[in-house]
Design a protein around this ligand. Structure first.
Ligand SMILES: NC(=O)C1=CN([C@@H]2O[C@H](COP(=O)(O)OP(=O)(O)OC[C@H]3O[C@@H](n4cnc5c(N)ncnc54)[C@H](O)[C@@H]3O)[C@@H](O)[C@H]2O)C=CC1
Ligand SMILES: O=C([O-])CC(=O)C(=O)O
Length: 216
């Protein structure tokens, strides 16, 4: 799972990187039309390390891509409709997956398994076929299950590399920092709370003993 400190160190390392390969960062968002996919695509369009953005969704991706493409940064944006998944994945270095259904009130993340498992399975199969070397960041819930599904599909296809499959749990890290800062009065940007475990209620474990703001 990706913590904020890991993200910071990745960002730092990528600043040190100046090869032409590092300048060609094609990123795909699968589920780009949704509540997470749209703002995520916008943020990726603002990211100077992203040179090309593939926005795929079973509904509305070309329209989202047209809007996002108007942002005044240099990256190219292309939208792909439902039947163009393979095209969307051509040459991508990073695939982010927010495709699937979100929770309704009263549901747990696990309740999404029946619907999202097959969505993520099919997307992973396409990645394994078209862009097997891409780094895959899984947002679709339940993350504790969708990450193993992606891994199993890639393993079956003979292209699994555990160093390239991530569950996105940054929200847990951000929330922990924000909530603790509200109690201690610290600046949330300076409040580092390592969070380990997974991304379901019981498995999100903020390590308060490891923070500077809490004395035990
Ligand atoms: N890991 C995390 O921290 C978080 C995870 N989530 C999860 O992210 C997922 C998406 O949430 P929202 O964007 O709010 O839902 P949403 O319903 O607004 O958007 C989901 C999008 O996925 C698309 N989609 C469905 N099946 C697809 C397929 N086979 N291929 C491509 N796109 C497909 C839909 O057309 C829709 O545009 C949910 O499972 C939610 O639980 C949401 C917030 C945080
Ligand atoms: O709770 C949800 O359904 C979405 C999610 O994963 C989060 O906000 O942490």
């Amino acid at each position: 799972m990706l913590s904020r400190s890991v993200l910071r160190s990745l960002t730092h390392s990528s600043r040190l990187f100046s090869t032409s390969a590092a300048r060609q960062q094609k990123v795909a968002v699968l589920g780009a039309g949704g509540g997470i996919g749209q703002p995520l695509s916008l943020l990726l369009k603002l990211d100077p390390y992203v040179t090309s953005l593939s926005l795929y969704d079973i509904r509305g991706a070309p329209g989202v891509a047209a809007d996002v493409s108007h942002i005044d940064t240099a990256s190219e944006v292309t939208g792909y409709p439902a039947d163009k998944l393979d095209e969307a994945l051509e040459g991508v270095k990073v695939v982010v997956i927010p495709a699937g259904v979100p929770r309704k009130p009263g549901m747990t993340r696990d309740d999404l398994f029946n619907t999202n498992a097959s969505i993520v399975r099919d997307l992973a199969a396409a990645i394994g076929r078209v862009s097997p070397e891409a780094h895959i960041l899984v947002i679709s819930n339940p993350v504790n299950s969708t990450v193993p599904i992606v891994s199993a599909v890639l393993e079956k296809a003979g292209v699994y590399d555990p160093r390239r499959v991530f569950g996105v749990t940054t929200l847990d890290v951000v929330r922990a920092a924000r909530f603790l800062s509200q109690i201690t009065g610290s600046n949330p940007q300076d409040t580092v709370v390592p969070v380990v475990g997974g991304h379901s209620g019981a498995t999100i474990v903020p390590l308060l003993s490891q923070t500077e703001q809490v004395r035990w």
